[in-house]
Design a binder for this molecule. Sequence first.
Ligand code: NAD
Length: 487
Amino acid sequence: MAAPKTLLVLENFINGKFVPCSSYIDSYDPSTGDVYCRVPDSGKEEVEIAVTAARDAFLSWSSKSLQERSQIMNKLADLIEHDLEAFAQAESKDQGKTITFARTVDIPRAAYNFRFFASSILHHTTECTQMDYMDCMHYTVRTPVGIAGLISPWNLPLHLLTWKIAPAIASGNTVIAKPSEMTSVTAWMMCKLLGRAGIPPGVVNIVFGTGPKAGEAIVSHPEVPLISFTGSTLTAQHIKEKSAPHWKKLSLELGGKNPAIIFEDANLDQCIPTTVRSSFANQGEICLCTSRIFVQRSIYNEFLKRFVEETRKWKVGSPSDPTVSMGALISKEHLEKVKNYVKKARAEGARILCGEGVDSLALPTGNQNGYFMLPTVIAEVKDESCCMQEEIFGPLTCVVLFDTEEEVIKRANGVKYGLAATIWSSNVGRVHRVAKRLQAGLVWTNCWLVRELNLPFGGMKASGIGREGAKASYEFFTEVKTITIKH
Ligand code: NAD
């Protein structure tokens, strides 16, 4: 059925060309609740065509010099930066995030992902060892893996997709990428720039559609030997099962239930605004957001009072309003899910200190049907509660008290996830001690979300397998071989 003309209609990008799809799905503007875009509902057939294009492009792309690939990627970064405002507007409308967040975080980072890997790819070296008593030397070579299957979520759409595409193509692979069906617009916009940047047809193919159809077709395709996935732990489990018969290389970046541990010697003037931000930035829809705040007994009451006051300053409203701190949640279903956790907490006897069900939310006329919710703080919740154990991925955070260092380490580690953690203390010895014992792939002390792309990023336990970053991504997107020479 032809799509109505008034809606934005996306097309797949395969072999350097936009190609229509036989069926489409609706995509909503979360700030109004209206359908505004139609996304290809691709499946096996479209993925098969993309695999052919990626296979045909591989030899030529992987044979290019590193410098040439690097130059092309820098050009793509230039083009994204040139169109930054258009990309930011589109990302905000598609995802519900504030225009400020899209302008200052998502799109600059998407451009920087290309620039970063364009540079880092030039600086890797391989290993060499000597075995003189055998008159031998050994060295390693690295080669691209082939066609990379890249699947990304809806919370940081272009940011996370380019975090995969950039290292994959820098390393000489060709790719088939699938953004979330809920946030596909900026990926489609970027396709318009690929040819202008000099990326040859077939090197980057983007197939739009749902996880069960398009995603699964990529994951189970025998000619796609590598899958880089960012998304939920549940989907990752499914991907592991589907890809297992093909012995695929997997990188899985998954959910979190991230603790912030606030000791009595913390600088609360810095800690409180940062912890409000780490709880509610991007509507709490960042895998690294804080959702369990452990506060030492002697400062608990003061912390709670000031934390709630600071949270109440966060304005919720139209994402296009630059004075707003929080926009809309991604979907009606997700909003209901997050609100349900508040209901469950209340039923369990927890105290809702601000936000959902406590304060009133005033929205502009045009946003009455959007998926908004106030930032919500819950206290007196038990560690076993679903609010303290499950990833909620919304603007809801729990504050609980603790007494000792030993106790808080145990409780912070007492969830199935292990992505990120934050420690607030002015005691250097304690900071090192606790950081080492926390089960988390990333630990920030006295700060949050300060990213160093050179170093490994990723989670432990149910938060994932593998790491991403300059060296980690290079190792993932290449195969290593050891060669021995007798002389
Ligand atoms: P999701 O798992 O529902 O979807 C992620 C992607 O996988 C989407 O593109 C989706 O279409 C696709 N998908 C779904 N089912 C699939 C299947 N059967 N086969 C192949 N692909 C499939 O996750 P989401 O709701 O889009 O994103 C939120 C989740 O992502 C949260 O759990 C969050 O913590 C996590 N996340 C993790 C990181 C990280 O770096 N660790 C970063 C951002 C988000």
